[in-house]
Design a protein around this ligand. Sequence first.
Ligand SMILES: Cc1ncc(COP(=O)(O)O)c(C=O)c1O
Length: 380
Amino acid sequence: MFSKIKSQFMLDPKIIHLNHGSFGATPKPIFNSLVNWQKKLELNPSKHIYDTFDLLKESRSALANYINCDKDDIAFMPNPSTALNTIIKSLDINPGDEILSSNHEYETLDRTWKYISKKTGSKYIQVPVSLPLESENDFIESLLKQITSKTKIIFLSQITSSTGLIFPIEKICQIAKEKNILSIIDGAHVPGHINLDIKKLNPDVYTGACHKWMCSPKGTAFLYVDKKIQDIIEPLVISWGYDSDMPSHSQFLDYLQWQGTDDVSSYLTIHDTIDFLKKNNWGNVSKQCKKLNIWARNEINKLLKIEPISDDRFLGQMSSIPIKSNNILEDQIEFYSKYKIQIPFFKWHDKEFFRISIQAYNSKEDIFKLLEALDKKYNN
Ligand SMILES: Cc1ncc(COP(=O)(O)O)c(C=O)c1O
């Protein structure tokens, strides 16, 4: 679809890559930026480690500008799980408190909430958001009617991992603020995929992965925390920023931004990442990928005689398709080994699904090959 952009990715051409959503993929200019930062570090490690404070500040500025928030309200994190564990373990959660969520959340975070609920005697409530998702109001109402006087936190993905749906969370964040409920948003799939404007959304906490749809090197994510609650955030790992000898203006940054001898090179590639996205008119890339995704989903559903799990307007660059499979793990292996197609298969509650992701390096040709393989596998 975008042959010039495709040529900048380092992906194995023998494989049809339809799984960008899981681990991203990094094009050469951004990967070279990573290597250059690592080379700089090796020239003079002792100096570079101390230079990183200023360098990280510049990187935070560039990212904050891209997602519209204050640079001092975000800290780099290796991944969304670390970011959300930092938050969840910092909060004062008491017996009886309720954490309202959906049944579409990423499993490791369900596990984290269940862990903390068990420890604190609080209740993690996974409100069923039923499929097909066809109405914004139904989504909002299904959550709002579960709010009680005990609801302390609302936790939601902006784009869900298993079902690949864009949840309309704007109104939920607004209502949470009005009701004094903490809103924590898992935006792992959002940056570089759909527009992210933190100031407009106004959540209390937000995390996003840059290594997915922004195509940053692996291990590049961020944690945003509203200034009003930054003082209660504790680091997962106590290091030099805790009880610092040279505290900066922000305890939040002191606590989270120096975590021992860590390689922060991937965080320093943010300038080059955003530069790459701008040069390649990424807004248009996402728009075209979304079009191809919707076309692909409709063709797959037609071929397999499956009803769509949502209206098109809840889709971005990913689609999940329910499938009747005897063994999803075997199916995933078969698609990879026999057809050279990389797609994840998984169980969501009691149903089996596979998911496709469309990125700039994909084309209709990839989908034709997928359709052929699906036809052979499931229609015979
Ligand atoms: C919606 C969502 N949240 C959180 C995560 C966690 O990412 P990680 O395992 O890299 O921390 C993922 C990973 O794919 C995800 O899809």
